[in-house]
Design a protein around this ligand. Structure first.
Ligand code: ZN
Length: 258
């Protein structure tokens, strides 16, 4: 009953607030991320992006004026991970803040001796537990020119998925047909392998930022899963398999379940 009510509500929102087809086509054409989706999946993303924008608010900082093109660019990428999940995976937050470019994040923490430390780092995006998602528009918009093929929108929203079951630790809430042990083994081995590769200065096909922590590893592997699935499946096939089961998508063979 509630599912049907929700579906009806969603249909009504899409009918009233649907994204202009020309605008949608312009956004999709700019990002290679969308190349592997078939027309039915693109229609699904189009409707989901309208629901996403109905629920979330996109604000600019530093006098950055937010246009419909910018809102749709963010929304189109944001809904890729949840195409076969549900908008409720993005529950508990409503605001996306767009910075014109990279920004300085300032964090304070108190150590065991009670001393307060302040850390400042330059970031392209940031997502915290209950707070807004912060994204650099320069990074979110740089579709065709971007190299290596990273994706700051997918990265930050993967952190949000990770937070759904507590801390961001690289373990989002898995589906009932998945195994936490299999996930931990696949990700643990790949994470250790990447760190060993970095220590040996070996060349990497995937973004080395993943080696920062298990949480960053999950976020960066999620970017690779959608942006460069061939690189991911060649490097860490078990991680690809776990992400395919979690996202319920198979970017290498989109018409098939993994
Ligand atoms: Zn991150």
């Amino acid at each position: 009953m509630f599912t049907r009510l929700r579906e009806w509500r969603h249909r009504r929102i899409v009918e009233r607030h649907g994204i202009d087809v020309d605008l949608w086509s312009r956004v999709i054409a700019e990002h290679r991320l969308f190349d592997h989706f078939d027309s039915a999946q693109l229609r699904g993303l189009h409707d989901l992006a309208a629901l996403f924008l109905h629920e979330k608010r996109v604000f600019g900082t530093h006098a950055l004026e937010i246009t419909d093109f910018m809102r749709v660019t963010v929304a189109a990428q944001a809904v890729v991970p949840i195409l076969n999940l549900d908008l409720s995976y993005y529950r508990g937050w409503t605001v996306i803040l767009l910075y014109p470019g990279a920004f300085i994040a300032r964090h304070e923490f108190t150590d065991e001796a009670g001393v307060v430390h302040v850390i400042e780092e330059e970031l392209d995006g940031e997502a915290m537990d209950a707070g807004s998602v912060v994204i650099s528009w320069e990074q979110a918009s740089a579709g065709p020119q971007r190299f290596p093929r990273t994706n700051v929108v997918i990265h930050e929203l993967a952190h949000k998925l990770d937070y759904l079951n507590g801390d961001a630790n690289g373990l989002p809430p898995l589906h009932g047909d998945m195994s936490v042990n299999a996930w931990a083994r696949a990700f643990g081995e790949a994470y250790a392998h990447m760190n060993a590769q970095l220590e040996r200065n070996a060349p990497l096909r995937l973004d080395s930022y993943a080696a920062e922590s298990p949480a960053e590893f999950f976020a960066v592997m999620s970017e690779a899963f959608f942006e460069t699935p061939g690189d991911l499946v060649d490097t860490y096939p078990e991680v690809y398999r776990e992400l395919a089961a979690f996202y319920r998508q198979n970017p290498l063979r989109p018409a098939h379940n993994f």
